[in-house]
Ligand binder design. Structure first.
Ligand SMILES: Cc1cc2nc3c(=O)[nH]c(=O)nc-3n(C[C@H](O)[C@H](O)[C@H](O)COP(=O)(O)O)c2cc1C
Length: 203
């Protein structure tokens, strides 16, 4: 299978890890400058293959990804995204809409970990994209009612969570000025603020 090799080196200078960690975790970031150049089918397959192997409670694999990657499907899918995100996401050659199956496939009981597990699958997809030199940007800002309707996903069975724009990073100069100013990797809270030994001692 011919996959393109990683090419993107993100401007991660302001991101300095405090411990040894695989560079993919620090190098991935959600830029908004997308080239509209279509992705190769092998790349798209690779992204979902990564998501496929995510862990999940009782191995239920509750995630559902509905994607748009050509003129016809993208034309229908773009209006699901809120206008504030469409300003940049309309350039992405791949839009992935993320749903979580609400119930346990066998028992029919509520799966309270469905969104958690689907989050793990999205992160696998995001890291794999980064390794392929691609960019991902998740968007909670979508019209969920339209997502069910346009994509034919039954609301009773699945919860609409978000969408993901995927593509190649383009020059930031092509973005509108206000977005260009935000086109930089963000920083993080220190580990000591969220990983505590023994018991929580208060915020
Ligand atoms: C579930 C989820 C929803 C998000 N929704 C939006 C969104 O609607 N619009 C947007 O511009 N960014 C959105 N983001 C991107 C976050 O703002 C971004 O991941 C966060 O600031 C950390 O930056 P980084 O991904 O560049 O490391 C979302 C991210 C996630 C994981």
């Amino acid at each position: 299978m011919a996959l393109s090799l990683p090419t993107t080196v993100a401007p991660v200078a302001i991101r300095t890890p405090d411990a040894d960690v695989d560079p993919a975790f620090v190098g991935r970031w959600s830029s908004r400058s997308f080239s509209s150049e279509p992705l190769a089918p092998d790349q798209v397959r690779s992204l979902f293959e990564a998501a496929r192997w995510a862990p999940s409670a009782s191995n239920l694999q509750p995630w559902l990804f509905v994607y748009a990657d050509d003129d016809e499907t993208l034309l229908r899918a773009r209006p699901i995204v809120r206008d504030s995100n469409r300003r940049w996401a309309d350039n992405a050659p791949l839009l992935v809409f993320v749903f979580a199956r609400r119930k346990h496939a066998k028992t029919g009981e509520d799966n309270r970990l469905a969104a958690f597990d689907t989050g793990a699958a999205w992160m696998s997809l995001a890291i794999q994209a980064h390794k392929l030199g691609l960019v991902t940007h998740a968007m909670g800002g979508i019209h969920h009612d339209r997502a069910y309707e346009v994509l034919g996903v039954p609301k009773a069975d699945y919860e609409s969570l978000c969408a993901i724009a995927v593509g190649r990073r383009d020059a930031a100069e092509r973005l509108p000025e206000d977005l260009r100013a935000r086109e930089t990797p963000s920083i993080r809270r220190p580990v000591a603020e969220f990983a505590v030994r023994g018991a929580f001692k208060g915020a």
